[in-house]
Design a protein around this ligand. Structure first.
Ligand code: NAD
Length: 459
């Protein structure tokens, strides 16, 4: 058995069964057996089952939210939002499954008909992270199941309870045995068969770029389709033509959602020099009001870091920046809180040679960097191997259009910090990933194209 721990207190809150390679092999065999009957169901029927699953999630929203907060640590309101967000992917793909159209191609050969059809790829695997323990499962599984593929989920060991609760509701919704399975255990041991077994045709992963790279290499052995949603290092660019209060609201949302443990988190806040001091003052004031505490306390806005390694990385980034000349603004740590909590910290006068300017922090540490010109900030914002998301605040329409062309990111928010949801293609450029989740593109990772040429049709 493995312990599940409340990251806010370190207390063991549950024990879960530990699966090994033999269990994974059984799961792969069961998934493979279930494939033909699941694939043959009409998309409408699969959609109806996915919709029932989504309604059950919403019916049990409060219990699920409490589970999420208890094992992940996020504030309960954010956990409630995650349940609705997660159920939304099931609803979205329930409908998309009916729209997996093929094509008819105008023929280049006399007397022939050319068709392209979409086929489910086979058994899929989802390796999911701990920061969105519900929504990252439904975003992958909803797409796979709607496409006609059984799916095996390996959740993060830190957050197994949410995944197991989803599995229970999936069964209640009528998803047949073998079609949706969750296995908890050692990440390396359970991932190896998923990568090596030829019966697994697609792997979808969300997590760090480092692990994503290893999975990409592993998938090469069996030439599997792999989709990766990896780290971010989002620039949040503030021009001097905008109203500061509105930007501060956006910056707080973009930096501190999920207590900063979010791949969309604003990691480099670039502020044009003329409004730099006004922004820093207003942002520091707004940060000082953020309530830190246990996620189950209703007023909490910042919970603990789910993993000790994330809290350590935050402290390393703060120490490095201060040693190189940045100013840190924060309050002292509440002695009643465990070391898994990181006090929201503002780093001003950050320069490009500091660690925080070079890599994702994944915690409640905000780095503010002054800039002078538009060309300069575009160059600095793009000077990274990450390319997931970026934000631009300006009231100058032509400038907004220019930056939306020039920034090398898979997703951009222009004058907004809130842009995710089932209809959008979520994913990154460069080393932030491969493939897109959600949207009408989300099922592509779980489907194969088949081209058929009907020849000799002339009577
Ligand atoms: P991670 O990449 O180690 O974990 C993510 C998932 O991968 C989990 O399911 C984990 O069990 C699994 N995993 C870990 N090592 C594995 C391996 N060798 N083989 C197969 N699966 C493996 O991420 P982490 O250490 O928990 O977090 C570290 C950093 O990753 C964060 O600071 C952040 O930068 C990034 N991260 C990004 C996201 C995201 O939403 N893109 C989510 C979580 C973490």
């Amino acid at each position: 058995m493995d312990d599940v721990v409340d990251p806010a207190t370190g207390e063991v809150i549950a024990e879960v069964a530990h699966c090994d390679t033999a269990d994974m092999n059984l799961a792969i065999a069961a998934a493979e057996r279930s494939f033909s009957s699941w694939r043959e169901l009409l998309p409408r029927r699969r959609g109806a089952i996915l919709r029932s699953w989504a309604s059950l999630m919403l019916d049990h929203s409060e219990e699920l939210a409490i589970l999420v907060t208890s094992e992940q640590g996020k504030p309960i309101d954010e956990a409630r939002y995650e349940i609705a967000y997660g159920a939304g992917f099931l609803e979205w793909f329930a409908a998309e499954g009916e729209r997996a159209y093929g094509e008819t191609i105008p023929s280049h050969k006399p007397g022939s008909l050319l068709q392209v059809r979409m086929h489910p790829i086979g058994v899929a695997a989802a390796i999911t992270p701990w920061n969105f323990p519900v929504a990252m499962i439904t975003r992958k599984a909803g797409a796979a199941l709607a496409a006609g593929c059984p799916v095996i989920v390996k959740p993060a060991p830190e957050t197994p309870l949410s995944a197991l609760a989803l599995a229970r509701l999936a069964e209640e919704a009528g998803i047949p045995r073998g079609v949706f399975q969750v296995l908890i255990g050692d990440p390396v041991e359970l991932s190896l068969p998923l990568l090596r077994d030829t019966r697994i045709r697609a792997v979808s992963f969300t997590g760090s770029t480092q692990v994503g790279r290893m999975l990409l290499e592993g998938a090469a052995q069996t030439v599997k389709k792999i989709s990766l949603e990896l780290g971010g290092h989002a620039p949040f660019i503030v021009f001097d033509d905008v109203e500061i209060d509105r930007v501060v609201k956006g910056a707080i949302a973009a930096k501190f959602a999920t207590s900063g443990q979010d791949c969309l988190a604003a990691n480099r806040i670039y502020v044009q020099r003329r409004v730099y001091h006004a922004f820093v003052e207003a942002f520091a004031e707004a940060m000082a009001r953020l309530k830190v505490g246990h996620g189950l306390e209703p007023a909490t806005q910042i919970g603990p870091m789910t993993k000790a390694s994330v809290a350590d990385k935050c402290r390393t980034h703060i120490d490095d920046a201060v040693a190189k000349g940045a100013r840190a603004i924060s309050r002292s740590q509440d002695p009643g809180l465990s070391p898994s909590f990181v006090v929201p910290t503002l780093l001003t006068d950050v320069t490009d040679d500091m660690l925080i300017a070079a890599e994702e922090t994944f915690g409640p540490v905000a780095a503010v960097l002054p800039f002078d010109s538009e060309a300069e900030v575009v160059t600095r914002a793009n000077a990274t191997e990450m390319g997931l998301a970026g934000y631009v605040y300006t009231d100058n329409l032509r400038r907004a259009l220019r930056l939306s062309e020039q920034l090398e990111y898979g997703m951009l928010g222009v004058n907004t910090a809130s842009f995710t949801g089932p209809p959008i293609p979520f994913g990154g450029w460069k080393q932030s990933g491969l493939g897109r989740e959600g949207s009408r593109h989300g099922m592509e990772d779980y489907m194969e194209l088949k081209y058929v040429c009907f020849g000799d049709l002339t009577a």
